[in-house]
Design a protein around this ligand. Structure first.
Ligand SMILES: [Ca+2]
Length: 478
């Protein structure tokens, strides 16, 4: 990625903190380079040197781990020689002597938000360095003491070995934690997809990895009798959004998203049975929906984004786990089920009726509502004019039902008109004072134009609609 603007130097053990910085920079519109893209085919030191030279700013993230890291100090020295160094202190530590007199942004109390005064100062520094004249950084930096000693360049083999060891340890810990959280966890390649009956039975959710290997997802669980059934999504990378020739500009640019941790997502949309359990315990309000429209197995709807969050708050308190709305990236990852087609069921619109309840020929035949000429009703029959019970249609490859159809679903993200500032890690896009959120997934009233897997809808967070409901996500990290 030779066109990155900001290079991040950090200790591998500080990946979580580095990710916060990368996300915040990406939201501010910067292209960021960090070393996860290094592969055995790309020599480490040559790439580092090239990327630091190409970037106009190098952020060094000082922490106790970074101070101990020879390669972070080496990158800092090289960045300073290039007059691009911006030091940030993310945790209490003693910055190496050679850098101790540089102005350093103190971000030890920063939570990733854009309104922290020290973070705003960092953005101002980057803006200064992005100007044409980077030959004189004295306006920003205190006097730089002469370099008496330059650390030897790190041995690329030792760094790669360290990265590999860290990754292996992380995988081991993650696997162990997941095992205890969800005893049915199982991974590894399968020789073939489980059949539909196994999938419908519950605990088997096949997952196609990017390499084409079929592996079994971690499993399914339910935290309490009235809690929604959850399916664990494996970590993975996918392309989010639609191609440049799409007619929907807010689905562009298509971009890679890496979800590095497993998470759980509801197998079904939240039903009225789920919602009324919350009402019974006074965690949620009785909805303004007629009783005969609240059949227990139908999706809860006419509920705003705010109300959906009252449910996740109640569920978290009820179970002790962290329930929340999925981020938009998590939602699309789960909905795609490793597919890359226009619909989760394929490219053919007529295939959609097998997997979801959309604006179909049943509606065209039975409804009295007049549709505009521009509406393209699906040329297939799903059997439902209005809402359908949850889980009535075939699950996708992750074992999830109704990701495309029945009700659109609230997600966490603040709505933006493109993916220009989208996180590469699938973190929700947030803005101070955000009032408009994203709804994803087709509904019973979606036609061929807005019933695709990538379609995005903006909606005020207090707004209710009979085409909108939600499903929940849950953290499974220890
Ligand atoms: Ca329908």
């Amino acid at each position: 990625m030779a066109d990155a603007q900001v290079f991040i130097s950090y200790a591998r053990k500080d990946l979580d903190q580095a990710r916060r910085v990368i996300d915040a920079l990406t939201r501010s519109g910067y292209r960021v380079w960090w070393d996860a893209r290094i592969t055995p085919q790309n020599p480490f030191d040559a790439i580092i040197e090239r990327e630091i030279k190409a970037a106009f700013a190098v952020l060094v993230l000082w922490t106790p781990n970074a101070v101990e890291s020879e390669w972070v100090r080496s990158e800092a020295h090289f960045a300073r020689s290039q007059r691009k160094l911006l030091p940030l202190k993310l945790a209490d530590c003693t910055v190496p002597l050679a850098f101790g007199q540089l102005q350093t942004a103190n971000l030890t109390s920063w939570n990733g938000g854009g309104d922290h005064p020290e973070w705003r100062r960092v953005l101002e520094w980057i803006d200064e360095l992005s100007g044409a004249d980077i030959s004189d950084p004295s306006a920003r930096l205190e006097e730089i003491p002469p370099v008496r000693h330059v650390d030897p360049k790190p041995d690329p083999r030792s760094r790669m070995a360290l990265m590999a060891a860290s990754a292996a340890l992380a995988a081991l810990l993650l696997g162990a934690a997941a095992y205890f959280l969800v005893p049915r966890l199982s991974t590894g390649c399968l020789s073939s997809l489980p059949d539909a009956r196994q999938m419908a039975a519950g605990n088997v959710a096949p997952v196609l990895s990017g390499s084409g290997c079929i592996r079994q997802s971690f499993g399914a669980f339910r935290d309490c009798e009235t809690c929604p059934q959850m399916v664990v999504m494996p970590p993975g990378t996918f392309t989010m959004g639609s191609p440049a020739d799409s007619s929907q500009p807010d689905e562009q640019p298509a971009h890679k998203v890496s979800l590095e941790r497993p998470f759980a997502i509801g197998r079904h949309e939240i039903s009225w049975a789920n919602w009324m359990a919350c009402v019974a315990e006074r965690g949620c309000k009785l909805p303004d929906v007629a009783r005969d429209s609240r059949s227990p197995d139908f999706p809860a709807h006419l509920l705003s984004w705010d109300e959906a969050n009252t449910y996740t708050a109640w569920l978290s308190k009820r179970t002790g786990a962290r329930y929340r709305l999925p981020t938009e990236a998590e939602w699309e990852y789960a909905a795609r089920g490793d597919t890359t087609t226009r619909f989760s069921s394929g490219h053919d619109p007529a295939s959609v009726c097998a997997t979801g309840n959309v604006l179909d020929q049943t509606f065209a035949r039975e409804s009295q509502r007049q549709l505009k000429e521009s509406v393209k009703v699906f040329q297939c029959e799903d059997g439902f004019r209005f809402l359908a019970p949850v889980g009535r249609f075939r699950a996708n490859l992750f074992g999830l039902h109704d990701m495309q159809g029945n009700v659109g679903e609230h997600v966490q993200d603040c709505y933006q008109r493109s993916y220009d500032n989208a996180s590469p890690f699938g973190t929700a896009f947030e803005q101070p004072g955000c009032k408009v959120r994203v709804v994803r997934g087709a509904s019973w009233f979606s036609d061929e134009n807005d019933g695709t897997i990538t379609y995005r809808l903006s909606r005020k967070q207090e707004a209710r609609s009979d085409v909108t409901g939600f499903r929940v996500a849950r953290d499974i990290d220890p």
